[in-house]
Design a protein around this ligand. Structure first.
Ligand code: T1G
Length: 703
């Protein structure tokens, strides 16, 4: 830690190597943390901070201090990269206790995202001034952890136990206005954050200090607490940390701070070495690593500001909203005024709902709506940098459209298709510029779902793929670059998942039993309930399209076809695999009859099937297909598959994704299950070469 008597640019720069600097600027000193990119509390930061606080405490010239950060954000937490190593002194709880125990007022000046350890530092300060755009959060549960430096003990004392439980168990961020309302922040700075924080520090000089740790926490009634824990456990779907965090926050009312912090630390260290936390930390870094695509490091993307969206149906309108939310200039095109009006209404409906739920202000809605224009006819798209189609999922319709666009759009425009299954290469071949064609596969609802599959053909130009990645970054999407195959990464694996689920019901399980097993596994919804939500008619159309080329030797279950023939397309028709009454899904004897009939026609004697068998067979189907995707170089890295499955298909993040988890479950056990099934399920189910070689050599997907 470096001490600077009066800040001067030359002097400050001279000491940039040290992540903590103490500026003596009169009675109120400034402790500045500067550890890019997010001021994580690495060992050096912790040591520097502790030394600075000791200096403030001891120096008679200093009467108060402000803790502030350089760069884009206040401390965004402990250094996650250090979690795999043995903890080194000073430990963050000790540093934070030193801040709270300081004999002089310490005020936090918060900008950006004060998260985890950063929020805990702020909680221990004697005052908190926050930038109007800043946010707070204790997202440790998203890493399979609990706050480990006093968050679960100080937060209930500052904002009340119930509000604290909500924040530590959800890990959600709190914006400045809500922070002020909760009592998490004392003031919102409207101008010079540091000056405002120094003002508060000056005001606190000589006054009795409000030490958060000394404030008693409110106690929740036993019944209310039990109900709250039950609700958190249900929502966690197998993730352990949220419940543990809530239990610790409840404890704050029963024990003194140091005892509560000791219990918190125990839990933190226990969870830090847990499988779930290892998986969630893997998911955290995989989500960032997936954006770094080998071979594209120095490829400049094409500039994109003006975007055209063709087709204003559910997907098209969601895509338009996603681009509008990211500040692009959008033009939505349809074939008729009626269709256009329907699209405009869908877009308005999305924003109205956000305003109604308080997630968006009227002003922002109007701004977003103003950035979207509407027109009939493709000719109006001639000034666009990127054009993406979301029209009917039919090859000839899409090839004709791209042929027309080819004649209209200027050179350099990127032509994208939102197809979820079709061969992007065949669509590109309808143009004279296949290098400018790429798949941008959004997931419904397109303005919410984070995943974006960027599908490149053999001819897609590298700068077009780079443009897809740059656009994804602006859309705050998680992009995964893949090559063309039927269903790309996610839908290809999903169809194997569904097929295995159908085999299981033909052999003895019922749809609601399979769904219950996969929801217990951690998926938000089981495969049959998801099919009903998406609509059975879409995949029926695809099955009918593929029927002529399907291998007759492959095992095929026709129950879904029977449901569609009966007009049962899922929720939208009130019935599918389930019957829907009052929004509730109800197992339906009609379906049970269809399933039992399918068993009879295949000559199968139905047998009870355990949740373990259901989970093991579906996991094996997913991992085997994922291995084939790697073997065929549809993607190059296991993390590409894991990120697709976690961000697009609800694979539980606390398992780290199918391939991360497969390494832990053991590849031989999975291969044995695949081999056992291949004998019964026929062509298409043979073990992937990559799975066989890894299992036999003891190798793993992640080395
Ligand atoms: N530790 C180490 N590296 C981090 C980091 C962290 N806490 N946060 C971000 N990075 C890296 C990230 O990997 C990326 O690196 C770069 O910073 C930019 O991040 C004791 C135990 C802050 C909202 O969970 O949510 O405190 O890829 O691309 O979109 O109780 O990063 O460029 O090499 O995400 O602007 C709790 C995690 C830790 C916050 C910024 N804190 N970070 O988002 O940029 S546990 C968190 C985020 C803890 C205490 C406990 C986001 C962000 P690279 P980015 P961004």
């Amino acid at each position: 830690m470096t001490t600077i008597s009066a800040p001067s640019p030359a002097q400050a720069d001279g000491t940039a190597s040290e992540p903590v600097r103490l500026f003596r600027t009169g009675p109120v000193a400034v402790i500045e943390i500067d550890n890019p990119p997010v001021n994580a509390t690495s060992q050096a930061v912790r040591a520097g901070l502790l030394e600075a606080i000791r200096e403030v405490d001891l120096d008679p010239e200093i009467e108060a201090a402000v803790i502030a950060c350089a760069g884009r954000t206040f401390v965004a937490g402990a250094d996650i990269r250090e979690f795999g190593q043995p903890p080194r002194e000073p430990h963050l709880p000790d540093v934070i206790n030193a801040i709270e125990d300081c004999s002089k007022p310490v005020v936090a000046a918060l900008h950006g995202t004060a998260l985890g350890g950063g929020c805990e530092i702020a909680l221990a300060c004697h005052g908190r001034v926050v930038d109007a755009k800043a946010s707070f959060g204790l997202p440790e549960v998203k890493l399979g952890l609990v706050p480990g430096a006093g968050g679960t003990q100080r937060l209930p004392r500052l904002i009340g136990t119930e509000a604290a439980i909500d924040l530590v168990s959800s890990g959600r961020n709190v914006k400045a206005a809500e922070a002020l309302h909760l009592g998490l922040a004392d003031r919102i700075s409207t101008g010079d954050l540091r000056a405002d924080a120094m003002d508060l520090a000056r005001e606190l000089i000589g006054k009795p200090l409000r030490r958060t740790g000394g404030v008693p926490a409110t106690r929740m009634g036993a019944e209310a607490a039990a109900a709250k824990l039950g609700e958190i456990r249900r929502k966690a779907r197998g993730a352990e940390a949220p419940v543990r965090a809530a239990e610790l926050a409840l404890l704050a009312a029963d024990v003194p701070l140091n005892e509560g912090m000791a219990r918190e630390r125990e839990t933190f260290l226990e969870l830090r070495s847990s499988e779930q936390s290892a998986a969630l930390r893997h998911a955290f870094f995989a989500e960032r690593e997936v954006t770094r695509v080998p071979g594209l490091d120095n490829v400049e993307p094409r500039p994109v500001q003006k975007v055209g969206v063709i087709g204003a149906g559910t997907m098209g309108s969601g895509i338009a909203v996603a681009f509008a939310d990211a500040g692009f200039d959008i033009k939505v095109v349809e074939t008729s005024e009626e269709a256009l009006a329907a699209g405009r209404a869908r877009v308005a409906d999305i924003y109205d709902k956000q305003v109604a739920s308080g997630r968006l202000t009227d002003a922002t809605r109007n701004e977003r709506l103003a950035s979207i224009s509407y027109d009939v006819g493709l000719a109006t798209l001639s000034d666009r940098d990127l054009v993406i189609e979301a029209v009917f999922e039919d090859m000839e319709v899409k090839r004709t459209l791209f042929r027309d666009l080819d004649g209209i759009l200027p050179p350099g425009t990127v032509l994208a298709t939102n197809t979820s299954y079709l061969d992007v290469g065949a669509i590109a071949d309808a143009t004279t510029r296949p290098a400018d064609v790429v798949g941008l596969h959004f997931f419904s609802p397109a303005n919410i779902m984070k995943l974006l599959e960027i599908v490149k053909t053999d001819t897609t130009a590298p700068d077009v793929v780079a443009t897809g990645l740059a656009v994804a970054k602006r859309l705050r999407k998680v992009p995964v670059v893949c090559r063309v195959c039927d269903g790309f990464v996610g839908n290809r694996i999903l169809s194997r998942y569904r097929q295995q689920a159908e085999y299981l019901i033909e052999e003895g399980a019922l749809p609601h039993e399979v769904d219950a097993a996969m929801e217990a596994f951690g998926f938000p919804m089981g495969p049959f309930a998801v099919s009903d939500l998406a609509g059975l008619d879409i995949s029926w159309a695809r099955r009918k399209r593929l029927a002529p080329t399907r291998d007759p030797r492959e095992r095929y279950v026709d129950v879904a076809d029977r449901l569609c023939e009966a007009g049962r397309f899922g929720r939208k028709t009130g019935a599918g695999w389930y019957r829907y009454e009052g929004g509730k899904r109800i197992p339906d004897p009609f379906v049970t009859e269809l399933v039992e009939d399918a068993s009879r026609r295949r000559g199968l004697t139905r047998r009870p099937i355990s949740a373990d068998e259901i989970q093991a067979r579906i996991r094996a189907a997913i991992v085997n297909e994922a291995s084939k995707i790697l073997d065929e170089h549809i993607v190059e890295r296991p993390l590409d598959v894991d990120v697709v499955m976690m961000h697009g298909y609800g694979y539980p993040a606390w398992r780290g994704g199918p391939l991360f988890e497969a390494d832990r479950v053991g590849l031989q056990a999975i291969l044995d299950k695949v081999t056992e099934r291949a004998a019964q399920d026929g062509p298409g189910w043979e073990p992937a070469a990559g799975l066989v070689s890894r299992a036999s050599s003891g190798a793993r997907f992640y080395s």
